[in-house]
Design a binder for this molecule. Structure first.
Ligand SMILES: Cc1cc2nc3c(=O)[nH]c(=O)nc-3n(C[C@H](O)[C@H](O)[C@H](O)COP(=O)(O)OP(=O)(O)OC[C@H]3O[C@@H](n4cnc5c(N)ncnc54)[C@H](O)[C@@H]3O)c2cc1C
Length: 416
């Protein structure tokens, strides 16, 4: 793998940037691999990388129906945090945040990581009680969460001029999560892909998987693609919102719904906010990008859908809520809007498990799964390679829904 450094940048600059090698190869598709990973998003690529790096399994193909990193991994609002509620979740996200902090070095790819803190602006006492409860559990696992006064919230976020005592929802305080940050999204896909390719993993773009194949013994036997049959004893499904459309081709039903989540950005403005701002009571959050754009998100649309654009009422709800606390933002011009389709389980926690079909693994339910990519990939690779669940993901099983062992995780970032 060509090493990226200041020296290589200068050297290549002097030769007109003609000598860079391609980031990953484009090999012909073989008819058998040890492992097939469906989906070249964050979770698929991270699983491939850690399979090669941690377990020496390199006869791996990552198949994507579109282009590498064209899914939710490059459509999200790049927030990384570990302020979760449950004992099963917090250590997993603490590990993922830590891995993110070292990812630039590990992958030799600039992640533009910025550990800039998140501030939850709180407007109701039930939400404050819930976040305080979160804080106590997070303390046990070494994640940072601290209550601050309204005065301190306003000092840290000067643009927060709404939410006064006479407002519909007055600000009553906040929570500071110093572990939170942002990280360039497509760098995650490109960085993992390049590093996995360097260890022998193959990427196959424009290769949709049409169905899953099972052998006579019921085990997974491979996949049917637009380019023909590809065999493997182990298949990992990492296709976010399309999980159920694929697993149902093998007769497997999963407790997942697909929903639309959207975001939008403003024109670039002067530096205004240096933290990620989140208001769970009103249902919006934003951060300012390095270019100066406000990157704004809200709650998922409550109807099930595979759409990737934005519905007008979702957009209006989010903007309306944001203007209640940030009235000066009404002058901002919005430049772009987009969406993605997320798969959400009944308890809002992920599924990372081998399914009832031996050899078929699923990593799904990632409605806030960008922050989870490094730990998710690490844990899935461990399970695929060893056949044993990684301790970080041991509770995120499919069978928890049969036994009602829910890991309820809603309401961190948005009102719903
Ligand atoms: C607007 C928005 C904002 C978000 N903000 C955040 C955030 O701030 N923080 C956070 O943690 N998370 C956030 N998320 C969620 C996060 O982006 C996802 O949870 C995560 O990216 C999903 O995992 P992935 O990267 O593996 O999925 P994807 O990148 O979607 O990868 C799935 C891949 O599978 C491919 N695929 C699908 N079907 C097939 C098939 N049949 N054959 C072959 N390939 C197939 C797709 O082309 C795609 O490339 C946000 C999501 C959206 C949409």
């Amino acid at each position: 793998m060509q090493k990226y450094s200041l020296l290589s940048l200068v050297r290549n600059g002097l030769t007109g940037h003609r000598n860079w090698t391609t980031a990953w190869r484009n090999p012909p598709l073989q008819d058998r691999y040890d492992v097939i990973i469906v989906g070249a998003g964050g979770h698929g690529l991270a699983t491939a990388y850690y399979l090669a790096k941690e377990h020496g399994i390199t006869n791996v193909a990552v198949l994507d129906r579109g282009w590498l990193g064209g899914g939710n991994v490059a459509r999200n609002t790049v927030t990384i945090r570990s302020n979760y509620m449950r004992d099963q979740s917090i250590p997993f996200y603490v590990k993922s945040v830590k891995l993110y902090e070292g990812l630039t070095k590990d992958l030799n790819f600039n992640m533009m990581h910025s550990k800039r803190t998140m501030i939850d602006v709180v407007c109701t006492y039930p939400k404050m009680r819930e976040l305080r409860r979160r804080q106590l559990t997070m303390d046990i696992y070494g994640s940072t969460y601290k209550q601050i006064t309204t005065k301190e919230v306003r000092r840290r976020i000067p643009a927060l001029t709404g939410g006064g005592p006479d407002a519909r929802l007055p600000v009553i305080g906040g929570m500071v999560h110093t572990d939170a940050g942002v990280n360039r999204h497509d760098a995650v896909a490109w960085g993992y892909a390049r590093a996995a390719d360097a260890r022998g993993v193959e990427m196959h773009q424009q290769t949709p998987v049409l169905s899953l194949n099972r052998g006579g013994d019921g085990r997974i036997a491979g996949v049917e693609t637009s380019k023909g049959t590809v065999k493997a004893d182990k298949v990992v499904i990492a296709v976010s919102g399309h999980t159920t459309t694929l697993t149902e081709t093998a007769g497997l039903k999963l407790p997942l719904r697909t929903m639309n989540l959207t975001a939008f950005v403003s024109e670039p403005v002067q530096p205004l906010v240096d933290v990620v701002v989140n208001c769970p009571d009103l249902g919006f959050y934003f951060s300012q990008s390095d270019k100066g754009e406000m990157v704004i998100g809200g709650a998922p649309d409550s109807g099930q859908s595979f759409r990737r654009d934005i519905k007008q009422h979702v957009f209006e709800d989010t903007v309306g809520a944001m203007l209640e606390l940030f009235p000066s933002f009404k002058k901002l011009k919005l430049m772009r809007q987009w969406g993605g389709h997320l798969d959400i389980t009944h308890d809002a926690s992920p599924i990372m498990d081998e399914t009832d079909i031996p050899g078929l693994f699923v990593t799904a339910g990632w409605w806030g799964g960008y922050k989870a990519i490094p730990a998710g990939g690490l844990a899935m690779a461990h399970h695929v390679a060893t056949g044993q669940s990684h301790p970080l993901m041991a509770d995120f099983t499919v069978k928890r829904f049969k036994h009602l062992d829910f890991i309820m995780e809603t309401g961190t970032t948005t009102a719903r």
